[in-house]
Ligand binder design. Structure first.
Ligand code: ACO
Length: 380
């Protein structure tokens, strides 16, 4: 906190509580994350993305019957209107995050419930957007290769369907589970920058599509969603484990940052990271490319001295290696994070609408005052 002219500034809104929430709890000092009271470790290991979405959207774990209906709704609401693929075709040269943001924005023109702000309609739209965003991204992946998008599966779960629409073949069960866990880990993280952006948008009583577009836009930056892509680039630059220590020292001595490390709220290891660490190792072995995991572990070792400053691995550190090993191109890493996070935006918007107040902080003006306006012909 700094003080300027008697005003207490909390730059980056660091340490500021915006509201109460019933969605996620984070204890950054011990690396604890709960969704609706349930530990992320239990959810990652024992649950499914669909069940977690139900939990987040409705506040409690579903019964068998509730889950079946919810899964059926998700399976039936994955397709996008053909015009959306025209938008993808027109924008396919842009960064996939920009394509996704634009196509999700365009979806609002086709969603009949766009102006319905009721909790049920907001849930339905959130679930539709979750499925449709995966269809858009997989479609982009294929359109860029000159291939036709694969229509969504009517039987696979969300994670399996995403891999199926990308690669046009039934996914390997282990890889499907890995993708499912990855989506669970990314679904919500309290007032992260992009969910905050979604809440700010919703607080003006703009609709869910607007809020999700704000969220996607905000997620793009390398300090937030862009880290997984940057981690993979860094691993390629490092090239072999023996070079990691020198690379880390050199980058930090220049004031640079090691991507996939550090977090605004965690002063311990991000609890989400461990679920991708072992899976990244196993996937690397299975695909005959163990070197990526070895490079990452060498970076972790080189970063040990920075733990005393509270800088530990975050969720994005292993995510990049996982996506790379699944043959997913680097520029799709951030949009995949978005696929997991979109339902999180919807849940936060639901909560924002429940007891909405316009979010409008202050800026402390420190510029000149009462300057005299000079007409153009008298300016020099
Ligand atoms: N590598 C090296 N030093 C770091 C790192 C890092 N990854 N992260 C923080 N630091 C250092 C900063 O240089 C700073 O040092 P200083 O006090 O000597 O200037 C100090 O730690 C505090 O850094 P801030 O940026 O003030 O801390 P903040 O809480 O705002 O940073 C952030 C959080 C932006 C995530 C930061 O750790 C970072 O840039 N990490 C790399 C990018 C990254 O991995 N982002 C993904 C975050 S997780 C997610 O969004 C899902």
């Amino acid at each position: 906190m700094t003080t300027t002219g008697g005003v207490e500034l909390k730059r980056g809104l660091n340490g500021v509580y915006l509201d109460n929430t019933l969605i996620s709890y984070i204890d950054g000092n011990i690396g604890k994350l709960l969704y609706r009271g349930y530990d992320i470790h239990d959810l990652a290991e024992k649950s499914t993305f669909e069940e977690v979405l139900y939990l987040l959207m409705y506040g409690s774990l579903p019964t068998k019957d509730q889950l079946q209906k919810h899964e059926a709704f998700m399976r039936e609401n994955r397709a996008v209107p053909p015009q959306i693929f025209q938008v993808v075709e027109l924008t396919k040269e842009a960064h996939p995050m920009d394509v996704l943001r634009t196509a999700v924005s365009a979806l609002s023109a086709f969603d009949k419930e766009v102006d319905d702000f009721s909790p049920d309609a907001t849930r339905r739209k959130g679930l539709r957007l979750t499925g449709q965003a995966a269809t858009i991204l997989a479609g982009l992946f294929r359109i860029r290769k000159g291939l036709k998008p694969v229509p969504p599966s009517k039987t696979l779960n969300h994670a399996g369907n995403f891999l199926y629409m990308m690669f046009d073949k039934n996914p390997d069960p282990d890889e499907m589970k890995l993708m499912d866990v990855d989506f669970i880990l990314h679904t919500d993280h309290s007032t992260n920058a992009s969910a905050f952006a979604a809440r700010v948008t919703a607080s003006t009583l703009a609709d869910l599509h607007c809020a999700v577009v704000s969220g996607i836009a905000t997620l793009k930056g390398p300090l937030h969603g862009g880290a997984a892509e940057a981690v993979m680039k860094m691993s390629m630059d490092i090239g072999k484990p023996e070079r990691a220590e020198e690379y880390v020292k050199e980058l930090i001595s220049r004031g640079g940052r090691i991507m996939g490390f550090g977090h605004r709220v965690y002063r311990a290891e991000d609890p989400r990271a461990q679920h991708l660490r072992e899976r990244a190792r196993v996937l690397g072995e299975r695909r005959g490319q163990p070197e990526w995991f070895q490079i990452l572990q060498a970076v972790v070792k080189a970063m040990e001295p920075y733990q005393k400053r509270g800088i530990f691995v975050n969720v994005d550190f292993y995510a990049g290696a996982v996506y790379h090993l699944l043959n997913i191109p680097e520029d799709l890493f951030i949009p995949i994070f978005a696929l997991g996070r979109i339902p999180g935006y919807a849940v936060q918007v639901l909560e924002q609408f429940e007891h909405n107040q316009l979010i409008r902080p202050l800026l402390n003006y420190i510029g000149p005052m009462d300057l005299q306006y000079v007409p153009m012909d008298q300016r020099r």
